[in-house]
Write a protein that binds this ligand. Structure first.
Ligand SMILES: [Zn+2]
Length: 195
């Protein structure tokens, strides 16, 4: 631990402040070990803040390991940046949102989509809620309605055709969802759009 000592003195105030504010600029610069729990964290860890007198700083997670501390399971300071659970939630949310926007839920259920992505239904719902404040069903509905308005512009397509092609399970559901969003029937909407 002795070779880490100069860093502790040099960065004492600055690094404590970084931990207090969970400053992302310091993520990867140091890890903070807690003498109270023998766990070390990234500066951005959302876990409870330890009292300053219980903090020990290391410039590498390996040094913290060598000093007898173990990595926090929540922020995973021992895993390369970009693969820790914190970023994983953001990545999952963005992958899921893209898949749903591409119509993934027209062909499969949320649990099936989750399985295809190697995760669970619950994880998908929580990630979407946290990152985008929405649910798979709401995203899927928005995607279907967007697709429907595009398809309605083609006068050769029947309403039934548009309903199924945009991912609705029935014409009745399509009409209900369309009215819910646009306060008019698909037919009325189409009439309004055509010159
Ligand atoms: Zn942590």
């Amino acid at each position: 631990m002795s070779d880490e000592k100069p860093h502790v003195d040099l960065h004492h105030t600055e690094w404590h402040h970084a931990v207090n504010t969970r400053d992302v600029a310091y993520d990867g610069v140091f890890v903070v070990a807690l003498t109270s729990t023998l766990v070390y964290c990234r500066p951005v860890c959302p876990s409870r803040l330890a009292r300053p007198e219980h903090r020990r700083f290391f410039t590498t997670w390996q040094a913290a390991n060598a000093a007898g501390y173990r990595p926090c399971r929540r922020c995973r300071p021992d895993v390369v940046s970009g693969q820790a659970p914190l970023e994983a939630v953001q990545r999952l949310a963005s992958v899921v949102a893209n898949r749903i926007t591409d119509g993934a839920l027209n062909a499969q259920s949320v649990p099936e989509l989750a399985a295809a992505l190697g995760t669970s239904d619950r994880h998908i719902r929580r990630a979407l809620k946290r990152e985008h404040g929405t649910t798979p069903a709401r995203l899927a509905l928005a995607q279907r309605l967007r697709a429907a308005t595009t398809l309605l512009a083609d006068p050769n397509r029947s309403i039934t055709d548009v309903a199924f092609a945009s991912g609705f399970g029935s014409v009745r559901r399509f009409n209900a969802a369309f009215r819910g969003q646009f306060q008019m029937s698909p037919t009325a909407w189409r009439r309004m759009q055509s010159p």
